[in-house]
Design a protein around this ligand. Structure first.
Ligand code: ATP
Ligand code: MG
Length: 431
């Protein structure tokens, strides 16, 4: 490859056609599920005022401190590529009176698209990555916490067959509970001060709860004896959490109460959860979400209870690449014109086939002075992975006969009539 080629930016990847095909099928599954729950799609901009993320995700959070792509536009205004979708969704909903207009409206939205974070690129962690997100506004009842989790189960387990995916759930109570629990953590860790590295010591001062989701084995071991959050939190939040777990039991949704799920973003309260899959290595969280009753007020000045979740497409894609249901597409058919003249007639013939068989993928190949039938067949077999080639030349056109070649089969090529071709194509089209 020439040194002149300008390569892509580190951590910002192309998505190639094979994966796009799987993603298109995944998108169909998600559209259907969103429709089943009457959740409306919303399309949000990639750029927002930096202020929006500072106020929502929180100054002091890792994303705002270190990970945002922020720059001044020509007018000197600070803008950022969105690192996540919730803040934009709330901003949009408020700006357009979708969830508050002299009263709270109960609304459900979903969105998808690229997010940008200046992170250390590695497996499952990129600088441009894609998310699907779901947000519920105006609902404070626990039934909605349960509905969102049940929707995830429908998607991950019922539709995508990810039987080994695990729901980790926790409650982080209300603001006062978190202040109290931060003190519990600080007190508990006093005797382990010398076991912490400098970064952990800083986190202990700034945001002790973030130590709970540390990937460092040593601190994880120390924290096994830490009193659980549920023992410290207010009765209201504890009862709320216990009721959610009871409902999950009733729905036979398996879960693991996991005290280490605290979420990195500032805006969560009460229910928080992640869906994890062990085959993903250290970036094992596919989906994360929770309740954020204070965020709408933080951004827009009106109080609207809310909750949501988002899942990362790249990590999910790693889990579903081998799922035949998603990679299945009807076979492709190569249409080869070997006539030396009058090629427009062939084009019309091929277009007729497209008019009749909407679900089949046809690829036109004109054999001309720069190519050969052999090259055409090789292309169909190797590059396009076609099931059949339909070859048509001058004699075929006058006799209304086609030459049919079946790739990856031992059958001889054969001449077939229009009726026989129609029968084969009809079966594929409806299959
Ligand atoms: P993690 O702990 O893995 O960094 P997070 O808590 O920062 O995740 P969220 O901001 O809640 O994640 O995003 C939800 C989901 O989006 C994650 O569970 C993951 O699947 C995906 N995700 C987040 N950051 C990235 C990234 N840099 N690259 C690829 N996927 C990501
Ligand atoms: Mg992160």
């Amino acid at each position: 490859m020439s040194d002149k080629l300008i390569k892509s930016i580190k951590g910002i990847n192309d998505i190639l056609p094979e994966d796009v095909e799987i993603l298109q099928n995944l998108e169909k599954v998600i559209y259907n599920i969103a429709n089943q729950y009457c959740i409306s799609e919303i399309r949000l901009p990639l750029l927002e005022k930096t202020e929006l993320f500072k106020r929502s995700i929180g100054i002091g959070s890792e994303i705002v401190e270190k990970e945002m792509y922020t720059f001044e536009d020509n007018n000197g205004e600070l803008i950022s590529l969105r690192p996540e979708g919730t803040a934009s969704c709330v901003r949009c909903a408020l700006e357009n009176n979708l969830i508050y207009d002299r009263g709270i409206k109960k609304k459900k939205y979903w969105y998808h698209g690229p997010m940008f974070r200046y992170e250390n690129p590695q497996r499952g962690r990129f600088r441009q990555f894609y998310q699907f997100g779901f947000e519920y506004f105006g609902f404070s009842n626990i039934d909605n916490d349960v509905e969102l989790i049940s929707l995830c189960k429908r998607l991950f387990i019922s539709k995508l067959d990810l039987t080994n995916i695990k729901l980790h759930i926790n409650s982080i109570g209300n603001k006062e509970d978190r202040v109290k629990y931060a003190e519990t953590i600080s007190t508990f860790l006093k005797k382990y001060k010398n076991d912490l590295n400098q970064i952990q010591k800083n986190t202990l001062v700034r945001n002790p709860m973030r130590l709970l989701d540390s990937k460092d084995k040593k601190i994880q071991n120390i924290l096994t004896d830490l009193p659980k959050f549920i023992n410290v939190m207010s009765d209201h939040s504890r009862v709320r959490f216990e009721s959610i777990l009871e409902k999950l039991d009733e729905l036979k949704i398996k879960y693991y109460v996991d005290n280490s799920i605290v979420r990195g973003l500032d805006y969560y309260n009460d229910t928080v959860f992640e869906w994890k899959h062990s085959s993903l290595g250290s970036q094992d969280a596919v989906c994360a979400g929770g309740r954020y009753d204070e965020l709408v007020k933080e951004i827009g000045g009106v109080s609207v209870p809310a909750m949501g979740f988002a899942f990362g497409v790249e990590r999910l894609l790693d889990l579903i690449r081998d799922n035949k249901k998603l990679s299945y597409t009807r076979p492709r058919i190569l249409l080869i014109n070997i006539s030396k003249e009058n090629s427009y007639k062939y084009f019309l013939k091929f277009e007729e086939l497209r008019d009749k068989y909407h679900a089949i993928k046809f690829y036109n190949y004109n054999v001309d002075e720069n190519s050969s039938l052999r090259a055409a067949l090789q292309f169909g077999s190797k590059n396009l992975n076609c099931k059949y080639a339909v070859i048509i030349g001058d004699s075929e056109l006058s006799d209304n006969l086609y030459t049919l070649k079946e790739f990856h089969a031992k059958n001889e090529d054969k001449k077939i009539s229009q009726n026989e071709l129609d029968k084969i194509l009809k079966d594929i089209n409806n299959g």
